[in-house]
Write a protein that binds this ligand. Structure first.
Ligand SMILES: [Zn+2]
Length: 67
């Protein structure tokens, strides 16, 4: 019974952390600033792009979410 509980905890932890979203993303800030004040980030590993408000940095990989 304890083993089942431990497996459940590990399962939930994996769902929360989502390690597959963090595979080797290296975000680089694009010097071009968007019109609404947000900053563009480009991933050097997978080429994904995202725009975030100033002062924030992307933490997870967006590979697979881009068309
Ligand atoms: Zn990436």
């Amino acid at each position: 019974m304890l083993l089942v509980l431990a497996l459940l905890v590990v399962f939930v932890a994996i769902l929360v952390v989502q390690p597959w979203k963090m595979r080797g993303c290296r975000w680089r800030r694009d010097t071009r600033r968007l019109a609404d004040g947000r900053v563009m980030f480009i991933c050097m590993a997978c080429g994904a792009q995202t725009a975030l408000p100033k002062g924030r940095e992307p933490k997870e990989c967006l590979a697979g979410e881009q068309p």
